[in-house]
Design a protein. Structure first.
Length: 569
């Protein structure tokens, strides 16, 4: 029979083990009396002891094991013996089954009531282990994903549609009690799960017999659930109503947006619908409005790139372009720049579609093509508002590009983006758009090209033996030094949803419009411009920067090769 935990006075225990002083305990007890907060949380928040230190002290006192969840491989069939609500309430996790016992991790192993409740739930004898709350909660977020809940709600909606309900509006949530409508509950769960998994996009794709819902996480699409194709029309209809689109138009693409409140966050949703063979496909980009803006120092730019970028944006005039495909972090980089430039002495105006971040102290304008509030029209008006700095969301056409470049030539700093493969082809792309050569040569200060690569999960990182193909590819940049480095990859764990990656990081290259490059741009020979530009870059390309992250253990060879394939190399 398993032994129940003993009651422990946490403060006395930490003093006995030399982790806390009498004075610190006295102050913490006074704070507990005043605020009612848990004593352990007060110790941690006050900096007296770490959560890890408390957990290890409890494990030593109880003579049980401390389990570091960072390397833990969860078994869903065991973990779900404790339902999610109870797991969060009791801060408990089933770790493994051995010798007829269930080993359960507790953040508060001395709580006898919690022990009894968990033993009652699992109906088994329990062996106690100690875990930390900081490691437990993210793991619960990953383990108790809402895949089953979403699938269940989809089946419920399928059944209601199959029954041909008399009140179609009620099913779609168009009247009283809208939050209980099947479509609303399903979409609510989908959005909540997308926010919880840090998805950037939701894809709703009707197939011949199924409806596939996928999330894009760290740039890669993952199937979230598959449902009966018949619910597709109800989902699309509800989303169209929410975003103010024309529900009678199913033959043409439509774009819209709406805002939702989820998990304490305000999320702007940009929606695009497109007619396909089996119905309307919907893609939604999620833009969290209360996400803290990054600082330039936190973008992991190589020091030479960061130095030159800061120099370019500190100039009083000229244009700085950030280029790359959709989802490569261009807007994040520009807003990190604006965050650094923002001050009461400068008037900053942004022209965007949509406004992706909110930044106090600047004037942000949302383009609305439907009412002819276009980039070019807003940009012309913005120039009459006496700005010092203008951010143009994207150089979409010749007119917008020319207005922006004229502004850059007449005493304004202009920041913008362009969809090009690399830094060198960006000025050539502007020329192809019809922008006069002298404007390109005189207005551009710098072009920064970037991509995002996935970062190896530190919880499951392991040494990686290069394949012959990977070795040959790396030799292009490293030569015979290829075997001088140690390479890593993530093997997959609960913290990274078994992908081996957590988060993404930028890789960069840049050119500055030197006199030699400006002269080459004016001559009209693209090959001459590219030759001069390559000499200036001296091999500091996106590919080389990706290899830098490989040899420093931040990303995998596979991710670097993927970046190279996007560039056609």
């Amino acid at each position: 029979m398993a032994r129940a935990p003993e009651r422990i006075r946490l403060g006395d225990l930490l003093i006995q083990q030399g982790l806390l002083t009498e004075e610190q305990l006295k102050l913490a007890l006074a704070e507990q009396k005043r605020s009612g907060r848990k004593l352990g949380r007060i110790f941690v928040d006050s900096g007296y002891v770490t959560e890890d230190g408390i957990a290890r002290a409890l494990a030593r006192q109880l003579r049980v094991e401390f389990v570091d969840l960072r390397g833990f491989q969860p078994k869903p069939e065991l973990i779900k013996l404790i339902p999610e609500a109870q797991a969060r309430r009791f801060r408990a996790l089933v770790l493994e089954e051995r010798k007829g016992l269930l080993r359960v991790g507790f953040t508060d192993p001395a709580n006898l009531e919690t022990y009894d409740e968990v033993a009652r739930l699992v109906k088994r004898d329990i062996e106690v282990a100690v875990i930390t709350e900081a490691q437990l909660l993210p793991l619960l977020d990953r383990v108790y994903r809402r895949t089953e809940e979403i699938s269940g709600l989809a089946r419920e909606l399928t059944q209601e549609m199959g029954d041909i309900p008399s009140d179609f509006g009620a099913m779609l949530g168009l009247g009283a009690g809208a939050e209980d409508a099947p479509v609303v509950k399903l979409l609510q769960s989908v959005f909540e799960e997308a926010v919880r998994t840090h998805a950037s996009d939701i894809h709703i794709e009707p197939q011949e017999k199924t409806l596939v819902i996928r999330f894009r996480i760290d740039g890669v699409l993952h199937v979230q659930t598959e449902a009966d194709a018949k619910i597709s029309s109800a989902l699309v209809l509800r989303l169209k109503i929410t975003s103010g689109l024309d529900i009678s138009e199913k033959r043409l693409p439509q774009d819209g947006r709406f805002n939702i409140k989820l998990r304490g966050s305000s999320v702007d949703v940009r929606i695009s619908t497109m007619p396909t063979q089996y119905g309307e496909s919907v893609v939604m980009r999620l833009l969290a409005q209360n996400t803290g803006l990054l600082q330039l120092d936190k973008l992991y730019m190589p020091p030479p790139v960061l130095e030159r970028f800061r120099h370019a944006i500190s100039r009083p005039s000229g244009i700085v372009l950030v280029t790359g495909p959709t989802g490569s972090g261009k807007t994040t980089t520009l807003y990190a720049a604006l965050n650094e430039l923002n001050s009461p002495e400068k008037k900053i105006i942004t022209v965007e579609d949509p406004v992706e971040y909110r930044l106090a102290g600047i004037n942000q304008v949302q383009v609305q093509e439907k009412i002819d509030l276009t980039f070019s029209r807003v940009l012309r008006t913005a120039l009459r508002q006496d700005p010092d700095i203008i951010l143009v969301g994207e150089m979409r056409d010749q007119e917008t590009a020319e207005i922006g470049m004229r502004a850059a030539m007449t005493g304004h700093l202009v920041l913008s983006t362009l969809h090009t493969n690399d830094a060198l082809t960006t000025p050539i792309r502007l020329l192809d758009m019809g922008v006069p050569r002298f404007m390109v040569a005189m207005s551009i200060q710098m072009v920064l090209a970037q991509r995002l690569v996935r970062v190896i999960c530190e919880n499951c990182a392991a040494p990686h033996e290069l394949t012959p193909h990977e070795r040959e590819w790396l030799k292009y940049e490293l030569g015979e030094r290829v075997d001088a480095f140690k390479y890593r990859q993530g093997v997959g764990c609960a913290h990274c949803a078994n992908t081996g990656y957590t988060g993404r990081q930028g890789v960069y290259e840049f050119i500055e419009m030197s006199n030699a490059l400006a002269e080459a741009a004016n001559h009209g020979d693209p090959n001459d411009f590219i030759r001069v530009g390559r000499e200036q870059m001296a091999g500091n390309t996106l590919r080389r920067d990706a290899v830098r992250l490989v040899v420093t253990g931040r990303t995998t060879v596979d991710e670097a090769m993927h970046i190279s394939s996007q560039l056609g190399e």
